[in-house]
Write a protein that binds this ligand. Structure first.
Ligand SMILES: Nc1nc2c(ncn2[C@@H]2O[C@H](COP(=O)(O)OP(=O)(O)OP(=O)(O)O)[C@@H](O)[C@H]2O)c(=O)[nH]1
Ligand SMILES: [Mg+2]
Length: 323
């Protein structure tokens, strides 16, 4: 039996920080169930308190282990933490995800921790926006920190990570990581680098490699800005919870820098504007899909695909004008 959605009631449950309400809200967002936009709109004024941290990097770098370690660290400080693990639809990482779940499950039972994994069903673009909206809901529910763990491959996953206030790129000493990162566009999204698995050989070398790459980029960028953020490179051994306090410290440092330089407001305004654009496009797409549903091969009789699309577009616009 489908319960009808009472947006107001659900919004209140989320505001009170009820985990079940939050879970339901995220499902609505994920499935684009009628009313989800009204829910987000209603909660808009409650957002902006959480610090959002993107954790990204290549498969198996230790992102989940690090996320879990950071979460435990913050829990001990009395903070509450929302975690979004973005499951890539790629079948290649299927095995690793299971491992994730096991680690994450230990945390999931802790009071003050809310974990949600988001899977891409439809388009990657759809996942990216739903993920950000899920983060919004966690924010509205009062979580102090929201961590977005995404795989650092593919533009849309990088977009998710970089939609956070602070983005940490996790690399490991295993061969060629630094160069890979350069290629994958990870360098561009990093507010700080984490060299994880520092217990393995090659961590220092990787750290130097990253430093060199950063200095080349800086050189290319021309004049140095004194107020610019100096991207730190930290070593961690997430599996032993080593270096986690220092990492938490640097994450705070970056957040404070954002605050002090007014960049936080800037970033968030850009983010809100981007959200409006995404929501507009999603709305338009939804309408287009709706009008498309009636089409079949016969629709193409005597007309080109372009002619058909133009006719449908005109029909769509006519519908909207109430003709
Ligand atoms: N030696 C060592 N192993 C680690 C460290 N951190 C994580 N690992 C191990 O590396 C493996 C992958 O860790 P995950 O945390 O699942 O990595 P991930 O980046 O989340 O992986 P995906 O989400 O599948 O991309 C696990 O077996 C971890 O136990 C570390 O600091 N040192
Ligand atoms: Mg993971």
């Amino acid at each position: 039996v489908r319960r009808t959605l009472d947006v107001e009631v659900l919004a209140d449950r989320i505001k009170r920080g009820e985990p079940l309400g939050l879970a339901r809200g995220i499902s609505l967002v994920e499935n684009e169930t009628t009313g989800f936009e009204a829910l987000l709109e209603r909660l808009d004024g409650r957002m902006g308190q959480a610090r959002r941290i993107g954790i990204t990097g290549p498969p198996g770098a230790g992102k989940s282990t690090l996320t879990a370690a950071l979460t435990r660290y913050w829990l001990e400080k009395g903070l509450t933490i929302g975690i979004i693990a973005v499951d890539p639809s790629s079948p290649f990482t299927g095995g690793a995800l299971l491992g994730d779940r096991i680690r994450m499950n230990e945390l999931a039972t802790e009071e003050g921790v809310f974990i949600r994994s988001m899977a891409s069903r439809g388009s990657q673009g759809g996942l990216a926006i739903a993920t950000r909206e899920a983060a919004d809901l966690m924010d509205a529910a009062g979580y102090d920190r929201v961590i977005l763990e995404t795989l650092g491959v593919g533009q849309s996953e990088l977009d998710i990570a970089s939609s956070a206030d602070t983005t940490a790129v996790v690399l490991v000493p295993e061969s060629g990581d630094g160069i890979q990162a350069m290629k994958a566009g990870l360098m561009e999204v990093a507010d700080l680098f984490v060299v994880n698995k520092a217990d393995r050989p090659g961590a220092d070398r990787l750290e130097k490699e990253i430093a060199v790459m950063m200095s080349i980029r800086k050189g290319n960028a021309g004049k140095l800005d004194d107020a610019a953020w100096r991207i730190p490179i930290l070593q961690t051994t997430a599996s032993e919870e080593k270096g986690v306090a220092a990492l938490a410290n640097r994450l705070d440092g970056h957040f404070n820098w954002l605050l002090e330089t007014d960049r936080l407001d800037e970033r968030r305004t850009v983010r809100r504007l981007g959200r409006a654009r995404d929501a507009l496009i999603r709305r338009a797409q939804r309408d287009a899909e709706r009008i498309w549903q009636t089409e079949s091969p016969e629709s193409l009789a005597g007309v080109s695909p372009y002619g058909l699309s133009r006719d449908l577009y005109e029909k769509l616009r006519a519908d909207q004008r109430g003709v």
